[in-house]
Structure formats: structure tokens, C-alpha cells
Design a protein. Structure first.
Length: 430
């Protein structure tokens, strides 16, 4: 069966060598597994994701290790040659001739993403634009498509690993909570020592419940993220199968739509007084059962507080911040604040409203994470590198992500955001 992408005057047995046995279309980014059979990389990813272990070849059923495959460069080059011949045939067709000059459209305008004949490309309308050959543009777009597909799949797999990790952590946490719920009634006694033990167990139970609730919230958010990325991946898989002419015109719009969420947030950094009230409360923050303690440790530290642009009031937005060089830092969004006076007039952390922040505080030889509104300890390790901020005004939620580990650090529930917000960050350096 010949692919709809490849319509060459070749014997059918030869054409079959260019066809993926899974999607029955021309190979895109072909890979070969240990038994020698080849598939589209995306087809293999999707099939083995749901396949039972041990993995088997889809053609000969020979067992195969999941990661024992590599790009088949020879087959990839043969497909490229075949596609190139097919593209020339397409461009020389009567329908693709320039309507004005009756010439073949062999030039691609990068600015307008359109096919032109050489006379149109030299016209005043296009002369100042950047041009390349149609064949070059096609290969660039296909490489871009392959790169984005690999990047998306890597993110999907990272999220899946995080979900598996959450699953492993949730089970013992639930067991911990259940066991202590069973132990507490046995300690309900007038004995002062046992009463104190009962209170300690009750505090541990509450902390365990909070951890389990946070696990569930994070799992739900990760599942939603993975579902969205999978939809985007499938859209790119479908795009791979399009003829070259259609691909040139549609790929740019598709990639722009997929990565529309990423925004460029500009921070105007200003140095603030080291005894800012925010870090008075945060510098030595520690959580001891139900009590919150805060004290200021004298030191010579500089704190950089920044408001971000733009202000957001609708849609979905995502940005990342580098936090590796800071020993204390705060990232998030705030409602209604437009200058640094808020930093000087800030009230107690427990009373903050409209400030949705993730804070990292140096504590002895380690670090402690906190979230505001309401003030809550965050039971996860300090992120290394970048923290991602995902703002979703469609649901009114806000999430903080450990970019390196594809891990949700903290998520504010749906409906928490109701007013326009502005990105905020503050970092401390010795």
C-alpha cells in the first residue's frame, strides 16, 4: 500500500520500503530497533507506551528493549530524496503555477510564509523580505517539527515519571495517616505522658493529611498538563503526514499555537533595604507543630525586589525564573500592587491577601519552602535551577513547577485568582 505522501513512478515493492508499518504513511524520523525493522519514531513511542512488557517488534514479534533503537540515517536520506522528487512534481503542476507570471513557485518567502516564483520574489512587495528555496524551507520545517515532537515527548515522559513518583509517595503517606488514626484512640487516657503522646500523634496526622492532599492536587495538575501536551503531540504527528506543500503553509501556525502559553515577562530589578518586612518574617521561618515562629537574623544581605510586566487578567500564561543563585527567594503574583511601597508596608505573613507566592527560606544548614495566602509549609525539596510559574485565568489557578524535575511544587486551587495580577519576585544574596 503506497503512502498518500509519496506518489512516485516507482515499483510498488520499492515504494513499500518507504512506508511505516504502523501508520502506513511515508516514514518521518525513521528509527530501527534491534531486530532490524524500522518505524516512525512517533509511532514507536506511542505504540510502546501502551504495550505490555517485554516490548515486541510490531512486525516480527521479536522481543526488543524499549531504548534499543537509533535513527536510520540511510532510510532517512532515501525518504528525503523521494520527497524532494515528489515536491518538484507538485510544484510543477498547473495548479501551483504563479497566476501572474505563469512560472513555477520555487521560492519561499519567510516573512509571509508563502510560495513565490522568482519574478514575484523580486517585486517591490517582496524584495526586502528574506527568501530561500522551497526545498530548503521544507526541510527546515520538518526538522523543526521533529525537534518539537521530541521535546514534547520528553516533557510527557518527565510528567509520567513524576506521576509514578507521586504514586509511590502517596501509598506510604496514606498508610502513615491510617495507622496513626488507629493509634490515637488507644492513647486517650488521663495519663499526662500518654496525653502528650496523643497530641503529638494528632499533629503528625494533620501533617500527613496535608501532605496527601497536596499529593492529590499535584497529581491532578500533572494529569491535566500531560493530557494537554499529548493532544499537542498528536497534532504534530498528524502534521508529519501532510504533503510538503501543506506542511509549509500550516506548520508555522501550529507551532505558534502550541507554544502560545510561554510569555516574556520583563522584570525591572531594584535593590531594596535588607530589613524589608517580607524577609523579617521569612528569614528564619520555621514550623513547630501548630505554631509559627519568625525572627530576624542580623546580616549584611542585599534583596532585589522586582515587579514584572505585563499585568495579566485573562488566558493561560507560563514563565520561568532562575533561582539557583539566591539563598532566599520569593516568586509568584500579586493583585493590585504597582510599586515597591507594598514591600515596606507589608503586614504579617499570616494576614497576606491577594499575594500568591512561593518562598524559599534558608534555615540553619537547609531550606524550607512556604506558600502564602494562607501561609502554609510546602513539603518538597528546594528546586534547583529554574522555577516555572503557570497562571491559568480560565480556572483561576496558579501553579509552581520544578522545571528540572517536571515536578509541581505547589498549586493554588481553582477559583483563587479573581483580579488582575502582576508577576513578582524577590531574591536575597549574601
Amino acid at each position: 500500500m503506497a503512502s498518500r505522501n509519496l506518489d512516485l513512478a516507482l515499483p510498488e515493492p520499492v515504494q513499500k520500503e518507504f512506508i511505516c508499518p504502523v501508520c502506513l504513511n511515508t516514514f518521518t524520523d525513521p528509527v530501527t530497533i534491534c531486530c532490524g525493522h524500522s518505524f516512525c519514531r512517533s509511532c514507536l513511542y506511542l505504540f510502546w507506551e501502551v504495550a505490555e512488557i517485554p516490548y515486541q517488534c510490531l512486525v516480527c514479534c521479536e522481543p526488543s528493549q524499549r531504548r534499543e533503537y537509533k535513527t536510520n540515517s540511510v532510510l532517512k536520506n532515501l525518504v528525503y530524496i523521494a520527497r524532494k522528487a515528489n515536491l518538484r512534481e507538485f510544484l510543477h503542476s498547473e495548479e501551483q503555477m504563479c497566476g501572474t507570471h505563469k512560472k513555477t513557485k520555487m521560492i519561499f518567502c519567510r516573512e509571509e510564509e508563502s510560495l513565490l516564483c522568482w519574478l514575484c520574489s523580486d517585486s517591490p512587495e517582496h524584495k526586502a523580505h528574506r527568501h530561500c528555496s522551497t526545498e530548503e524551507a521544507i526541510e527546515e520545517q520538518r526538522e523543526k517539527l521533529s525537534d518539537e515532537m521530541r521535546s514534547l515527548w520528553k516533557k510527557i515522559q518527565g510528567i509520567q515519571e513524576s506521576l509514578n513518583k507521586y504514586g509511590r509517595m502517596t501509598v506510604p503517606s496514606m498508610y502513615f495517616v491510617t495507622q496513626h488514626e488507629n493509634v490515637i484512640p488507644a492513647h486517650e487516657t488521663p495519663c499526662p505522658v500518654l496525653r502528650e503522646e496523643s497530641e503529638t500523634l494528632e499533629s503528625l496526622r494533620e501533617e500527613g493529611n496535608e501532605m496527601c492532599d497536596q499529593f492529590r492536587r499535584n497529581q491532578s495538575h500533572l494529569i491535566n498538563c500531560m493530557s494537554y501536551l499529548r493532544e499537542m503531540y498528536m497534532e504534530l504527528v498528524a502534521m508529519c503526514q501532510k504533503p510538503d506543500g501543506e506542511l509549509l503553509q500550516e506548520l508555522g501556525d501550529t507551532l505558534a499555537r502550541i507554544f502560545l502559553l510561554t510569555v516574556n515577562v520583563t522584570f525591572s530589578r531594584v535593590i531594596t533595604n535588607h530589613d524589608t518586612r517580607l524577609f523579617e518574617d521569612v528569614r528564619s521561618l520555621r514550623y513547630d507543630r501548630d505554631h509559627l515562629y519568625a525572627s530576624l537574623i542580623p546580616g549584611t544581605s542585599d534583596y532585589f525586589a522586582s515587579w514584572g510586566e505585563p499585568c495579566f487578567s485573562s488566558g493561560k500564561h507560563y514563565w520561568e525564573l532562575e533561582v539557583n543563585d539566591s539563598w532566599d527567594w520569593v516568586v509568584g503574583v500579586c493583585e493590585g500592587f504597582r510599586d515597591n511601597s507594598w514591600m515596606r508596608n507589608i503586614g504579617p505573613l499570616e494576614e497576606l491577601s491577594g499575594t500568591f507566592l512561593l518562598m524559599c527560606v534558608k534555615e540553619d544548614d537547609g531550606y524550607r519552602l512556604w506558600a502564602t495566602c494562607p501561609l502554609s509549609p510546602v513539603f518538597t525539596e528546594k528546586p534547583q535551577g529554574k522555577v516555572g510559574v503557570f497562571l491559568d485565568f480560565d480556572t483561576g489557578s496558579l501553579s509552581f513547577v520544578d522545571v528540572a524535575k517536571h515536578w509541581v511544587i505547589w498549586r493554588y486551587h481553582d477559583g483563587c485568582l479573581k483580579s488582575p495580577v502582576r508577576p513578582f519576585m524577590c531574591s536575597g544574596h549574601r
